[in-house]
Design a binder for this molecule. Structure first.
Ligand SMILES: [Zn+2]
Length: 264
C-alpha cells in the first residue's frame, strides 16, 4: 500500500553516510532530503564550515541527485560546532549569501545544546537572519535537558521576532508537541524516528489526538544510530496501525514540502 508513496526526509546529515545508504534511501521512495550542516567536532576556524557548506552544495548534492533524491540544503552554525568568536562573522555572511542566491533553502541546523552564552548569541543572530530573509530555520532540540532547553529556545525565538511559521522545531517529543499546541504556537514540528526518540506508535497516537497539522517525520540520518529508510518504514507501520493514507502523506511529504516551501 505504501509502495507508490514518495517521501521527504526533513532532517538528515547524509554526507556522514556511504553510498549504499543513499541507495537504500532512494529505493525506499525518498525523493527529497533536507541536508543540514553539522560536523561532530568543534571547528578551529571559519574555513572548516565554509568548506563544509561547499561540500554539501556540490559533491553531496550530486551524490543525492544520482539516486533520484533532491537536496534541500540548510546552512548555519550548529550549537555543537561554533567556531571561535571572531570566526562566526564570515560564516554568517556565507550563510546569508547562499540563502540569497538560492543555493541553500533554510538556515540550519541551529539551536541550543547546553544553553551556553555563545550558543544563545549565535542562535539569536541566525533566527534574526532567517526572519530578515523570510526563510525557514531548522531548529535542533537536544537529547539532554530537552524541556528546559525548549523553554529557553522559545524565549530566544520570541526575542528574534521570527514568525512561528518559519520555525521548524525538530527532535520533539509527543509531550512537547502537546505543550506547544496548548500554548497556541504554530511552529512546524519535526519528530525524529530513531532508537530512543519517537516511535510510529507514538506518532499514531498523536494523529488520533490532534491530526497531522504542521507535523512531519525525519530520520536525522548521521554517523549515530539512524536509518536511511526510517520515514518510509514509519509510513508502512502507520498504515498497519490503521492511520489514514492522507494523514500519512502529510506527515511524510506535504507538510515538510510546505515547511521548506519546496515545489516537488
Ligand atoms: Zn541533526
Amino acid at each position: 500500500m505504501t509502495a507508490a508513496m514518495k517521501f521527504i526526509d526533513a532532517h538528515t546529515h547524509t554526507f556522514l553516510r556511504g553510498p549504499e545508504d543513499l541507495e537504500r534511501m532512494g529505493n525506499a521512495g525518498t525523493v527529497c532530503a533536507v541536508v543540514c550542516a553539522f560536523l561532530p567536532v568543534q571547528p578551529t576556524c571559519a574555513g572548516t564550515l565554509l568548506d563544509l557548506f561547499a561540500w554539501l552544495d556540490t559533491v553531496e548534492r550530486e551524490r543525492l541527485e544520482k539516486r533520484g533524491i533532491r537536496e534541500i540544503l540548510a546552512v548555519g552554525i550548529h550549537p555543537r560546532c561554533i567556531p571561535p568568536a571572531p570566526d562566526t562573522a564570515p560564516v554568517i555572511e556565507r550563510v546569508k549569501a547562499m540563502l540569497q542566491s538560492g543555493r541553500a533553502g533554510a538556515v540550519g541546523e541551529i539551536g541550543l545544546e547546553k544553553g551556553t552564552d555563545a550558543e544563545r548569541g549565535i542562535l539569536l543572530e541566525q533566527l534574526r537572519l532567517a526572519a530578515e530573509l523570510s526563510v525557514p530555520a531548522v531548529v535542533h532540540t537536544p537529547r539532554t535537558n530537552k524541556e528546559a532547553m525548549v523553554q529557553e529556545t522559545l524565549r530566544i525565538i520570541d526575542e528574534s521576532g521570527i514568525a512561528d511559521e518559519l520555525v521548524i522545531l525538530d527532535h520533539l517529543t509527543p509531550a512537547i508537541v502537546r505543550a506547544l499546541d496548548a500554548k497556541g504556537r504554530t511552529f512546524r514540528m519535526g519528530l525524529t524516528l530513531q532508537p530512543g526518540k519517537t516511535t510510529p506508535e507514538e506518532v499514531n497516537a498523536l494523529l488520533d489526538e490532534r491530526g497531522p497539522e504542521r507535523l512531519h517525520l525525519d530520520s536525522d540520518l548521521s554517523h549515530m544510530p539512524s536509518q536511511p529508510d526510517a520515514v518510509a518504514e514509519a509510513a508502512r507501520r502507520l498504515t498497519e496501525l490503521g492511520a489514514q493514507r492522507g494523514d500519512i502523506e502529510k506527515l511524510t511529504f506535504s507538510n515538510a514540502a510546505s515547511a521548506l516551501r519546496a515545489a516537488l
